[in-house]
Design a protein around this ligand. Sequence first.
Ligand code: PMP
Length: 461
Amino acid sequence: MNQMTNHLPTAELQAIDAAHHMHPFTANTALGRKGARVITRAEGVRLTDSDGIELLDAMAGLWCVNIGYGRKELADAAARQMMELPFYNTFFQTTTVPALTLAKRIADLAPGDLNHVFFASSGSEANDTNIRMVRHYWALKGKPSKRTIISRKNGYHGSSMGSASLGGMAGMHAQGGLPIADIVHIDQPYWYGEGGDTAPEEFGIARARQLEEMIAKLGEDNVAAFIAEPIQGAGGVIIPPASYWPEIKRICDAHDILLIADEVICGFGRTGEWFGSTSVGIHPHIMTIAKGLSSGYQPIGGSVVCDEIAQVIGSDEFNHGYTYSGHPVAAAVALENLRILDEEGIVTRVKDTTAPYLAKIWKSLEDHPLVGEAVSHGLMASLAMTPDKAARAPFAAEKGTVGYICRERCFANNLVMRHVGDRMIISPPLVITPADLDLVVARARKALDETYKIAQDEGLL
Ligand code: PMP
């Protein structure tokens, strides 16, 4: 045991990890050969690994550590709640103070009449709830044929059978028999990659109209809901043209289709508003929440539901729930997290200061020879790498080859930035300072320079 760091030497940790730990979304044999990086501590926006190396975490963990690492208040809230009441369920006509208080707090923050919360432990679970809830809602309304849910290719809604079916990730659908029945997908509003010669606003309308075409094809009486992320996250931080969301809203209203906004990434300040729906001007019937709700300090998620759906669902027994729905410790931690986000003005600061600053310095990366576009919305940002800026062309090499090289160069420069195909993405903790954003961009630029050189040397350009 290494006394300084209180853990085994890195190589031994990696060997144990390789022997026993199956990582999500990972080719585990290859990772086992290379050795996973062992993250041991974190403070603010910085991680420390088992060799004592410090990394700037521009991904807020997995889009979730909105208030940054190391907030003792959240640990104290968890400890207090664990001593008082570590667990009780909410199934059999009982409730707990943290669960009911958190439900009210979320209802107060949520726009419009989104006043009711069905808790889960993750975004995936909450989206599974949504599938069952909207179908049951229509059944109770005497319209059981309204079952199909329309979603989008390259959307991400989770990894369970239901939520991964809602998602439009081809690589996920290729494994394990997905999607489940009565879920269909339309194209995404990804102008840079798919817009061709069409002007962005025209393209946004065209992509939104695919929803109307799909509703017409299926028949309005067979469609329950449309689900989408206000801004696609895992798909590559794809920001739709401004024309897209107003048209989607019009179509949902015109055809009596429920709108589900998946706020798992966009919620709790990421966009500079409490919810991404507000930032793109929509009024969903249901919002999926997780991640930033507790800043990732505890696993908790949920479905935030409007009055009408809650009332209809409440008229019958809804045969659905998770052991940890409304878990008191997770709820207590989430409450403390929301208090900090609010009282420290973190969401307002994103809107007024940090997001405009990021937008400016991120855009400056567009002068790099590899970068076709560099865009941001709130504190989420992406850039597209291309061998030909004018044509917005993809690389000849397999998609993601250059993205992976760049990600590795970021890691080597002590910056956690993720790649989705050949797009590079960031979503830093909301407490990041302008000075640290400068550092993110400086390290990203260095990684891009190194990637450019490698791509040249390997004939990828
Ligand atoms: N929805 C969105 C938009 C997400 O980004 C994610 C996770 N990245 C999920 C749902 C699934 O959440 P979880 O991983 O907590 O199940």
